[in-house]
Design a protein around this ligand. Structure first.
Ligand SMILES: Nc1nc2c(c(=O)[nH]1)N[C@H]1C(S)=C(S)[C@@H](COP(=O)(O)OP(=O)(O)OC[C@H]3O[C@@H](n4cnc5c(=O)[nH]c(N)nc54)[C@H](O)[C@@H]3O)O[C@H]1N2
Ligand SMILES: Nc1nc2c(c(=O)[nH]1)N[C@H]1C(S)=C(S)[C@@H](COP(=O)(O)OP(=O)(O)OC[C@H]3O[C@@H](n4cnc5c(=O)[nH]c(N)nc54)[C@H](O)[C@@H]3O)O[C@H]1N2
Ligand code: SF4
Ligand SMILES: [Mo]
Length: 733
């Protein structure tokens, strides 16, 4: 824990939405700062990619005397346009974190580790994997990761071992969002032309905290130009504060709201007829279904007045086609409610009614860069196993729409308890803290015969692993060529080492290549990272040297408005989904109840919802001292509760509350505010670290996963993370 004397550092957080910079005053004495500032010798600048979250913003990192100094955004990078957020700045310092793993480790007792050599670690892991494979088959092996640039290689690794079990965070993040869009338009992630829109509707998407820097910059440009934004959220989020209109909604009821919007647009003939005729499928059938979903019907479920619903439908239709309902991410349209999938489908269909696909200021499908591949003659690829995953993802009888390669990460503990999974590799992911029901996750992972982590610190998951093969921190390593840089033109970028590794750690690509030799799959890793990157760049006419020098290369190919091209089986936007029909699933977006509801007769009963804060990423950033300090100084772990509900429980602002249900119990400070719907309490989601090896974060705040049962939604299997009912009471001491 931070010492009391140290916790008085003051920070200035720049920029209202998202935070553009942090200045640490008092961290260095003024004299020390001035002399450091004047020491302009030996300053080097290396372009690379931030690893603070999934955005991978392009940054120039400065070193002074060989030490990391600061970062600036690279202006041409489409993803961040020269910006860096608070995390991006603060996480530079993580390279010097006292909690880092400094060499390969072997667990020799509960939470007791011994340093070992890479060679010994590889050898022992190799032997164990061979034994497990022989006894239980390759399908008992798995990999779980936050799939970033290296995922092509980690997938190759697990496939080469003969297993199809590559899991990602999808089932705790975005799964229904992607599948909902895919079944409607044929694209998992359409984009929106925020910059040129007249009106943007954000349902459960809070760009001011779930950051995406380019979209934030587009929002301000559009607003300056007179565009309007409407936010639907049970909570007065940062985005709600920025918007022209905030619609407070009962959590879990957005599907009713959107169906009613569709009802008004159709009933009043406000839709784009030409577009609907030419580019959509199943309109009449859906229109018939939608008839029953009147604003009066929706008001009862959403608490949104009929007048507001009607006006929103009219506003959207009037702005069409320079209008969009945002594609969403984690909140509401992600893995939060039983009806999230149908919500995404409905939002896709509303965009269809507005005829905005591939229109200026509407939705569009971003141009994609196609990277080259290793020569298959010289560098053979492993056969990808065709079986579904151990959790039933890709199985026509179970979760046919859940992609193999993503799967259900929160099913791993159950599968381990059942003995179906025996050995796992965990990369850039911390399932013990980011999956539901910690006791269950710990039990499941604890049953594995082998758990290997590649973490750079002893996260909760790494602390349970048998071996830790520490990846070098992002400032110390080279990675594969990256493409996800812009959504309006084709760009490539690259992460490269800014300094030499401080400790005995290695880049993931090197670890995979070396480990593969000990696992009998060396033939699939008979190349170097340089070979791999050269092959990726070959068709693009850009040399690796140039990319490394410039950091980001723009390949042109900017998106232009025009005819939309849908990739569904019918080639049209599908109001009635043929894919869902094939699998005997509801093919038409229609109302579906949430799984749970608070008891309206019990003053203690609440739904627990959660969300991001701009200065934190998931659970992994609160161990960074500057970022924790922002939380401490602004008292940001507080749980939001409505004044009427708080009064009934005699809870005052700043007092302690006990939150409990059958899964867990915790204590939090109340933030009494009208900015939260009466039915729910809101818990910020970056806290509750329980690994004692993360000394700054340990024991600070609580996590929604402490209260979340292990659910699998019937269609996709996602974790339904806002289907939590808790009991709130005032803490007596
Ligand atoms: N409690 C809680 N749970 C959540 C969320 C939340 O906000 N709070 N969010 C949900 C969502 S939206 C998502 S996307 C998922 C995210 O799920 P995770 O990916 O599990 O989340 P993180 O907390 O980012 O954990 C990342 C892990 O990678 C490690 N790591 C960081 N940098 C490096 C590196 O350079 N190399 C390697 N090898 N490891 C590194 C960190 O130490 C940490 O253990 O969690 C979901 N669950
Ligand atoms: N700073 C920061 N930025 C990040 C991340 C991060 O961890 N930190 N993670 C990245 C990742 S992996 C993700 S998934 C995204 C997440 O980005 P978002 O999806 O925007 O983030 P959330 O905060 O999870 O959810 C958004 C909003 O949904 C609201 N919400 C909850 N329930 C409901 C409901 O029933 N209806 C409606 N309408 N709204 C509801 C919450 O109050 C919250 O304000 O952010 C990305 N960017
Ligand atoms: S949004 Fe912030 S933390 Fe995420 S990649 Fe960009 S600068 Fe880094
Ligand atoms: Mo996420």
């Amino acid at each position: 824990m931070t010492k009391p004397g140290m916790s008085r550092r003051k920070f200035l957080i720049g920029s209202a939405v998202g935070g553009a910079s942090i200045l640490a005053s008092g961290y260095l004495s003024f004299d020390a700062w001035a002399s450091a500032k004047n020491n302009v010798q030996d300053i080097r600048v290396t372009p690379t990619l931030c690893d603070g979250c999934s955005n991978w913003c392009a940054i120039n990192v400065f070193t002074k005397g060989g030490r990391i100094w600061k970062a600036e955004g690279i202006p041409i990078a489409g993803i961040n346009q020269g910006r860096v957020c608070a995390k991006g700045h603060a996480l530079l310092h993580e390279v010097y974190n006292k909690d880092r793993v400094k060499s390969p480790l072997k667990r020799v007792g509960p939470d007791r580790f011994e340093p070992i050599s890479w060679e010994q670690a590889y050898k022992e892991i190799g032997e164990k994997v061979r034994t497990i494979k022989e006894k239980h088959g390759p399908e008992s092996l798995f990999l779980v990761q936050y799939p970033e640039g290296n995922s092509a290689l980690t997938n190759r690794f697990i496939n080469a071992l003969g297993s199809q079990n590559a899991f990602s965070h999808a089932s705790t993040c975005f799964l229904p969002r992607n599948i909902g869009w895919w079944t409607t338009t044929g694209y998992a992630k359409p984009d929106q032309d925020i910059e040129h829109t007249k009106l943007g509707l954000f349902i459960g998407r809070n760009l001011g905290a779930g950051l995406q820097l380019r979209q934030l910059s587009d929002l301000s440009k559009a607003k300056d130009r007179g565009a309007k934004f409407v936010v639907v959220d049970p909570r007065f989020s940062e985005m709600a504060a920025f918007a022209d209109q905030w619609i407070q909604i009962r959590p879990g009821s957005d599907l009713a709201l959107t169906l009613a919007i569709a009802n008004v647009i159709i009933a009043e003939n406000l839709y784009q007829k030409e577009f609907v005729e030419k580019y959509t499928e199943g309109f009449d059938e859906w229109a018939d279904k939608v008839k029953g979903y009147t604003p009066e019907w929706a008001q009862q479920r959403t608490d949104v007045p009929t007048k507001v619903i009607r006006k929103l439908a009219h506003d959207l239709a009037e702005a069409a086609p320079r209008v969009f309902a945002h594609r969403g991410y984690h909140g509401a349209m992600g893995t939060q409610y039983k009806n999230s999938f149908q919500l995404v489908r409905t939002i896709g269909c509303i965009n269809g009614l507005l005829g905005n696909f591939n229109q200026k200021g509407g939705m569009f499908f971003a141009p994609k860069v196609k990277l080259g591949k290793l020569d298959p003659q010289k560098y053979p690829s492993p056969t990808v196993p065709e079986d579904p995953m151990a959790d039933g993802s890709g199985d026509p009888e179970k979760y046919p729409l859940t992609p193999v390669g993503q799967g259900l990460t929160h099913a791993i503990p159950e599968l381990a308890i059942q003995g179906k999974l025996k050995a796992g590799f965990v990369y850039h992911n911390n399932p013990l803290r980011t999956c539901p029901n910690p006791a269950r996750v710990i039990e499941g992972y604890g049953k594995l015969d082998l758990l290997v982590s590649f973490d750079y610190v002893l996260s909760e998951t790494a602390s349970l692993a048998h071996y830790i093969l520490p990846e070098s921190y992002y400032l110390e390593r080279d990675d594969v060529v990256h493409t996800n840089q812009s959504y309006q033109s084709k760009q490539i970028s690259i992460r490269q080492a800014v300094i030499e590794p401080l400790y005995d750690t290695k880049p993931m690509v090197v670890i995979l290549i070396e480990l593969a030799q000990h696992l009998g799959i060396g033939e699939y890793f008979n190349w170097t990272l340089e070979d791999y990157n050269q092959a990726s760049l070959a068709p693009l006419g850009v040399t690796l040297e140039r990319l490394k020098k410039e950091g980001v290369v723009d390949l042109g190919g900017k998106w232009k408005p025009g005819e939309p091209e849908f990739k569904t089986p019918s080639g049209k936007l599908e109001f009635v989904s043929s894919t869902l029909k094939d699998y005997n699933m509801h093919p038409i977006p229609e109302w579906e109840e949430t799984l749970t509801s608070p008891d309206p007769n019990d003053p203690h009963s609440f739904r627990l919802i959660h969300g991001k804060q701009a200065h934190l990423t998931h659970t992994r950033s609160i161990n960074q001292e500057y970022l924790k300090e922002i939380s401490v100084l602004n008292d940001m772990t507080r749980v939001w509760i409505h004044p009427v509900r708080a009064k009934a429980l005699n809870i005052k602002d700043g007092e302690s509350m006990i939150i409990s249900n059958a899964v867990g119990k915790g204590r939090a400070t109340a933030m009494v505010t009208e900015g939260i719907h009466k039915d729910c309490v809101f818990l910020p989601s970056g806290y509750g670290v329980f690994s004692r090896n993360l000394r700054t974060a340990f024991g600070f705040g609580i996590s929604y996963n402490d209260f979340l049962p292990t659910y699998f939604d019937p269609m996709l299997g996602h974790c339904m993370s806002n289907e939590i009912i808790v009991r709130i009471e005032k803490a007596m001491t």
